[in-house]
Design a protein around this ligand. Structure first.
Ligand code: DAH
Length: 348
């Protein structure tokens, strides 16, 4: 009996000194890691207080309750102290300027996408490549020979006027190309027929802007040269291009036109898809929009490229990609395409 009392007294005094010791250690803990160590030391599975609670079995029932209650009270007391200390840590962290709550959801990065003109260019290249055309590039700064003379454009043609063409203050009257057609000559100079190629690229014109006109445009030049080439060939290829580009059947028409570098020449118009042919600002209320110029390559252009016009025949076209983009996406003002306005661009 005496031994049991002694045992109980021993446990009680253990609890007392554990309380003093643990309290001090909690107060001293300077970070969460230390605090966790203290928790483990006293309240963990192998901790001091757990040890006292476990050893209760070795003392008689009437005392066990008393010591048990004291041990539990100490356990609750220490748990509370540790929690308090923990939240004081969090508070001081939050008050720091560089406090970062890593549990907050992150900011989603804004994902961009290709510009509608780029999308349209890529689609055009893909379609023509599938039909056996090479995709080539040419310089944006041209000279008068390639931009005009080689294309049979006479010296007094109005397009050469200062009011239509941007001339650069460089030697030899260099200029910003007004169309992609110079690349017909550049390409034929270096390649032997049969030829199939397209040239996508920017062109520049000194002109007043409105719904359908811009001073910078995106064109795609096309050229096919072989022994036996005709307008029906051309119509078939363009029809196929439209079908794949718009992913549906669209109506288009060829009408006689004039270009010095083709004979005969025609313009290609298509039903305006903005208004479905009813007439709107995009199509000048006609229901049709001109999207390309085209024709059979003029003998003089062959000659200027070093090919014999008696031996070779060919057709060429120049599409306005901006206009195709307008039709594909139902855009009624060409100026929006280069406006850089995100409210517009985010729709594509
Ligand atoms: N280069 C002409 C323009 O910019 C368009 C054009 C017409 C291109 C007839 C051609 C063509 O290849 O054959 O207005």
């Amino acid at each position: 009996m005496q031994l049991n009392n002694k045992r109980m007294e021993q446990l009680k005094s253990d609890l007392k000194s554990l309380k003093v010791e643990a309290k001090l250690e909690i107060e001293k803990a300077e970070d969460l890691a230390k605090l966790n160590q203290v928790f483990k030391k006293y309240l963990g599975k192998e901790g001091e207080i757990t040890r006292v609670l476990r050893s209760l079995g070795s003392i008689p029932k009437q005392n066990r309750m008393k010591v048990g209650r004291e041990a539990n009270e100490l356990k609750n007391f220490l748990e509370k102290k540790i929690e308090e200390k923990k939240s004081s840590f969090v508070k001081t962290m939050e008050n720091r300027k560089d406090w970062l709550d890593v549990t907050l959801p992150g900011k989603k990065p804004v994902l961009g996408h290709l510009h509608p003109l780029t999308q349209v260019r890529k689609k055009t290249e893909e379609i023509f490549q599938m039909m056996g055309f090479s995709v080539v590039e040419g310089p944006e700064i041209e000279n008068e020979w390639y931009n005009f003379d080689a294309l049979n454009i006479p010296k007094d043609h109005p397009a050469r006027d200062l009011w239509d063409t941007f001339y650069l203050k460089l030697k030899d009257r260099q200029l910003l190309r007004t169309h992609t057609s110079p690349n017909q000559v550049r390409y034929m100079e270096k390649h032997q027929p049969p030829l199939r190629m397209i040239v996508p690229g920017n062109v520049f014109r000194h002109e007043a802007t409105d719904f359908r006109h811009e001073f910078q445009l995106f064109q795609v030049e096309g050229l096919m040269v072989d022994k036996d080439i005709s307008v029906p060939n051309f119509k078939a290829i363009i029809g196929e291009f439209f079908r794949r580009f718009f992913e549906k059947e669209v109506q288009f028409r060829l009408r006689p036109d004039f270009f010095p570098f083709t004979e005969p020449s025609f313009d290609i118009s298509m039903t305006c898809l903005v208004c479905k042919g009813r007439g709107c600002s995009a199509c000048k209320k006609t229901g049709w929009l001109e999207v390309a110029g085209a024709g059979m390559v003029h003998p003089n252009v062959f000659k200027n490229s070093g090919l014999d016009p008696k031996e070779w025949k060919g057709w060429a076209f120049g599409f306005g990609l901006d206009r195709l983009a307008m039709m594909k996406y139902k855009i009624n003002d060409i100026r929006l395409l280069r406006s850089g306005d995100l409210r517009f661009l985010q729709q594509f």
